[in-house]
Design a protein around this ligand. Structure first.
Ligand SMILES: Cc1cc2nc3c(=O)[nH]c(=O)nc-3n(C[C@H](O)[C@H](O)[C@H](O)COP(=O)(O)O)c2cc1C
Length: 185
């Protein structure tokens, strides 16, 4: 699969890091793009910075010289994780002034999978209306709402309960978090 992981300036950089940790560049073509504010949040939340596995391709936000800027070469799946309310609003309303927003626009119009992982709380009506529009346009809104029945007891394991659902929706087999009513080996 051709996968684009877009990281924006919402709290929860660890969600992006754990998703990237669980995507294998030997199996998939993996592209990464960061919004301008993503770096600021990563600096606060990931002491060692964002770690990319060898083979992952990064792209400049302000250059349209990336394959997924065109409908002729869309990603199979694009995940925006974590997704700010600002980026969500811009995607919902068709702003395409940088390659991250353009890629989301391309992903939707080419009927590929767009997964947005917001972290915000609480939501305003503007956020909800933007989510409604995005769902009607074919996107999946997968909030970073961890589950606790798994017994997750570290930040990473708690984050992984969300990342496992993202991988499920991407169509990537994973055993990242225990599943409900699954027999333990
Ligand atoms: C530490 C930190 C945490 C933030 N968390 C959120 C958040 O959870 N959700 C959100 O919508 N914005 C959050 N913001 C604000 C966004 O970074 C800001 O609205 C920015 O303009 C978003 O730009 P982007 O969508 O291009 O990344 C946060 C900012 C900082 C510095």
């Amino acid at each position: 699969m051709k996968i684009l992981v877009a990281i924006t300036g919402a709290t929860g950089a660890l969600y992006a890091q754990r998703l990237l940790d669980n995507l294998n560049p030997a199996e998939h073509e993996i592209h990464v793009v960061l919004s301008s504010y993503a770096q600021q949040v990563i600096a606060v939340e990931l002491p060692d910075g964002l770690k990319l596995r060898p083979g992952v391709q990064t792209h400049n936000l302000k250059s349209m010289n990336a394959p997924f800027a065109s409908g002729s070469n869309p990603p199979d799946v694009m995940v925006v994780v974590p997704c700010t309310m600002g980026t969500m609003g811009r995607i919902a309303h068709g702003y395409s002034e940088d390659v991250l927003l353009r890629a989301a626009d391309v992903t939707l119009k080419e009927k590929r999978k767009l997964i947005l992982v917001p972290r915000e709380t609480p939501f305003s009506l503007i956020h909800i209306k933007n989510m409604e529009l995005l769902i009607l346009a074919g996107a999946t809104i997968l909030p970073a709402n961890p589950s606790f029945y798994t017994g997750a007891d570290t930040a990473q394991k708690i984050v992984d309960t969300v990342v496992a659902r993202v991988l499920d929706h991407m169509g990537i087999p994973n055993q990242l978090a225990p599943r409900w009513a699954e027999e333990k080996e």
